[in-house]
Ligand binder design. Structure first.
Ligand code: SF4
Ligand code: SF4
Length: 148
């Protein structure tokens, strides 16, 4: 088996986006696996997050560096819209585990207090009811369905 490499070895070839479901459905380079690889490899994600945390009023910044509105927006969406399907890992000729890097980036977002409302509710439900859907009533389907 080929040795797993890190994002430092990424050649930006773009093969990872060929089967990325987010890229395939949006047809946007900025939503694909390579965009996530670039954001993390080039420290753009860390830099924006740092700048963002220093300026609490401007609760988020988009990829272009423009101040955004509060909440989840722009560059963090690129990280959060990943389905963690791992197709990019399978396609990568360098054997880079991009989903692992995306999970780390998500952890940083959560640590900075940036998470989607759905994620917040899901975590609360798990803590309270032991499942992501909330209070269960026999024979009834929950009105809202959340999934990780
Ligand atoms: S396939 Fe691998 S080497 Fe190519 S851009 Fe994606 S992560 Fe980088
Ligand atoms: S794990 Fe994320 S970035 Fe990789 S192919 Fe799946 S959706 Fe795209």
């Amino acid at each position: 088996m080929t040795k797993e490499k890190t994002l430092k070895d990424c050649t930006l070839c773009g093969l990872c986006k060929s089967n990325c479901p987010v890229f395939r459905s949006t047809k946007l380079e900025t939503k694909g696996a390579r965009a996530r690889a670039i954001l993390i490899k080039e420290n753009i994600f860390d830099d924006i997050l740092k700048a963002n945390n220093m300026n609490k009023k401007e609760n988020c910044l988009d990829v272009c560096g423009k101040p955004g509105t509060s909440g989840i927006h722009g560059f963090d969406d690129i990280i959060l819209q990943c389905t963690l399907c791992a197709s990019c890992k399978i396609e990568c000729p360098e054997n880079i585990d991009l989903p692992k890097e995306i999970r780390k980036a998500r952890q940083k977002l959560i640590e900075s207090g940036k998470e989607t409302p759905a994620n917040k509710i899901m975590i609360e439900n798990i803590r309270k009811y032991g499942n992501p859907f909330g209070k269960q009533q026999p024979g009834k389907i929950p009105k809202e369905l959340y999934c990780c």
